[in-house]
Design a protein around this ligand. Structure first.
Ligand code: ATP
Ligand code: MG
Length: 641
């Protein structure tokens, strides 16, 4: 079999060791993801494993698609295997089995962060708490951290009995969960937690998936949180054919509950586990690796590793100290143009990385003034735009009429004469019957406090929605979206508006339509739930289209797992990177340093580091000193320009 020849000795060993727990513990660019891909191919081709017996977990949907493509390239076809993120895999399991949990129905919807905030706002109001003392984002984060640890509202209360503030938080948390359930909705964390709950409470369901997923593979294991870890242990607990790969030096999501301990304790969790280390790096030049090694060795909490390469030494790292952030951006664009002209490189070979999204604005403007096509990962939150979210809310109510949140959003869009008074009366009526808002709409004739005008509007709305629900049963999503736009008069109203704003909105709506076409081209026979799921589970990096050549910009976090010939890391200043917040805790500083390590190791051929003497960010101007991470790189690896 010839494809194994594309692997080195240790990589091959990792592919061939198919039975029992295996940890591949290795530095950046050493071929971890590649090993997983070849392993899937090998299991099927050589070991005769059924594709349906494989579960491969990647960190993003983009990574999943890439892995599918590569496996497809090796063995021809990937049908039946589950290559996906934790979230997508869990949604698939829940779609089949969630009704075993009683509280939820199969047509559940997924709430994004914005929906989550709306729901928390409602909770605060009902509990007479204000968002000064309980800032919405803070509450959301606190709930999310509890969920990462599989701590439900009751347990949260018990643990924090003596803390008045946290007791209140427990009340919010508890009400929040009730509301989710009432809406037949799950937030991101619940997608995982409900799956764990389902498997823990239903031995037969657990057994089914244990038998199904005979071989489990997990990429980027260092960034799993407790609930993901628990899920993996549940699924792999019996046959133990679990292969995880990761790098403790690249753990960068502790703020989202990731626990580096999961990878460091693998051998304890799975006694007898085989450990394979990969040390040869295939991605970067020696100069880049030396820089990465010398930065990361300043961290204490790590297992020592050293990367080497057979590649040439490579060019020195270019360091530019700019007057301000505009000059910094200009330097980058000039350099990109120069390299393209002198070395005939493609625009797509360049990536600009930064610590926070806010830094992208100036870079974006520089791209425009240089006439360089660019793409920003995460900057363009298409599905959060008002008009797009409106239409998506229609789709969500069509799928799941129990969902009050979306229903409230769209009931009077476009205007149908259903004002706040009517909405209050309906909400109260629904609450008195312990039923959803939609069911109150159906009984509107019984509610005397709703004005005749509002009643008329409601009846119109219900009749449109019933028709649309019928259409959703049989028609494709693109057709359904068209019908929503037409029957509700939404597009009409936008097109009547002559202003720029309405035009942009109408364009975005049409873009949503193209998204449905794209979706249908990739997913034959897929219906509304599949489409909504895809949107809900999209992460920033998934919005990065391939194809047309463009300069790519993204945060260091989003760049995990990726590689580019030329990489710029901008904003190399104290207080920017490392970020201000990291000064207060040693752990946090180590995490920033790992982020730097991730950034450096994205570069294949050349690395640029840039800083500015003066920087205006978030509306204020600061004068920062140069980042300690630059000082941690030996001088002989840098040239200052
Ligand atoms: P990261 O830690 O950044 O996720 P990784 O360990 O997953 O990196 P890969 O992305 O799998 O590394 O590999 C890095 C690069 O090296 C890829 O371009 C890959 O194709 C290449 N590569 C890995 N192993 C080999 C090999 N044996 N021969 C040739 N190229 C290889
Ligand atoms: Mg990888």
């Amino acid at each position: 079999m010839n494809y194994l020849e594309n692997l080195n000795k240790e990589q091959k060993e990792a592919v061939l060791y198919t039975e029992g727990p295996l940890l591949i513990f290795a530095g950046a660019g050493s071929g971890k993801t590649r090993v997983l891909t070849y392993r899937v191919a090998y299991l099927i081709e050589e070991k005769g494993v059924y594709p349906t017996n494989i579960l491969a977990i990647t960190f993003t949907n983009k990574a999943a698609n890439e892995m599918k493509e590569r496996v497809g390239g090796l063995i021809g076809n990937t049908e039946g295997m589950w290559i996906s993120t934790f979230h997508s895999a869990c949604v698939r399991i829940l779609r089949q089995n969630i009704e075993s949990l009683k509280d939820f129905k199969k047509n559940f919807v997924i709430f994004d962060t914005k929906d989550q905030e709306t729901l928390i706002k409602e909770c605060l109001k009902e509990l007479n708490l204000n968002d000064k003392n309980f800032p919405i984002r803070g509450v959301a984060t606190e709930i999310s951290r509890a969920k990462d640890m599989l701590i439900g509202p009751d347990k949260y209360y018990d643990r924090n009995m003596h803390d008045i503030r946290k007791r209140k938080l427990a009340d919010i948390y508890s009400l929040y969960q009730k509301k989710l359930q009432k809406n037949n909705a799950l937030d991101f964390d619940d997608i995982l937690n409900k799956t764990v709950e389902l498997l823990e409470q239903n031995p037969d369901v657990l057994q089914y998936y244990r038998n199904k997923f005979r071989y489990i593979l997990v990429d980027e294991y260092q960034d799993t949180n407790f609930s993901q870890y628990t899920l993996i242990r549940l699924l792999a607990g019996e046959h133990k054919n679990l292969c995880v790969v990761g790098d403790d030096d690249q753990s960068i999501y502790s703020w989202r509950g990731a626990d580096i301990g999961n990878i460091l304790n693998f051998e304890k969790d799975f006694p007898g586990a085989k450990v394979i280390k990969l040390e040869q790096n295939y991605r970067s030049t020696q100069v880049i690796l030396d820089a990465a090694n010398s930065v990361i060795k300043n961290n204490f909490a790590r297992k020592s590793k050293k990367l080497w390469t057979q590649k040439s030494t490579g060019r020195l790292i270019i360091y530019h100290y700019a007057v301000d952030e505009r000059e910094e951006a200009d330097f980058i664009m000039n350099e990109v143009e120069r390299v393209i002209a002198e070395e005939r490189r493609d625009l797509g070979d360049f990536a600009i990385l930064y610590r926070t999204n806010a830094q992208s604005r100036v870079l974006e403007e520089a791209c425009m003034s240089h006439g360089l096509p660019y793409r920003i990962v995460g900057g363009f939150k298409f599905y959060e735009r008002k008009e797009v979210k409106d239409i998506v809310s229609y789709l969500r109510v069509i799928q799941n009429p129990d969902e009050d949140l979306s229903l409230k959003r769209i009931i009077n869009i476009p205007k149908r004469g259903i004002g706040n008074a009517a909405l209050d009366a309906l909400t109260q009526y629904a609450a008195s019957k312990a039923d959803s808002l939609f069911s109150a709409l159906l009984e509107v004739d019984n509610i005397s406090r709703v004005s005749p005008k509002a009643k008329k509007g409601i009846k119109e709305f219900v009749s449109i929605m019933s028709e649309l629900m019928g259409i959703a049963e049989t028609e494709k999503v693109s057709k359904l979206v068209k019908e929503v736009l037409e029957r509700t008069g939404y597009l009409d109203e936008l097109e009547k508006g002559e202003d720029e704003e309405s035009r942009t909105r109408a364009e975005n709506i049409k873009e949503l339509l193209s998204a449905t076409f794209e979706f249908e081209a990739l997913n034959e026979n897929a219906l509304l739930p599949d489409f909504l799921e895809q949107i809900a589970l999209m992460s920033d990096i998934d919005t990065l289209e391939e194809g047309k050549s463009a300069l790519v910009m993204m945060t260091l976090h989003s760049a995990k797992g990726l590689e580019y010939p030329f990489v710029f890391i901008s904003g190399m200043e104290e207080g920017v990177f490392p970020s201000q917040r990291s000064y207060f805790e040693a752990n946090q500083m180590e995490e920033e340093r790992r982020l730097m390590y991730v950034g450096i190791t994205r570069a294949m051929e050349r690395l640029y580091l840039t800083a500015a003497f003066e920087r205006t960010l978030y509306g204020s101007t600061t004068y920062n000193t140069v980042s300690q991470f630059i000082r941690e790189i030996p001088k002989e690896l840098l040239i200052k320009v």
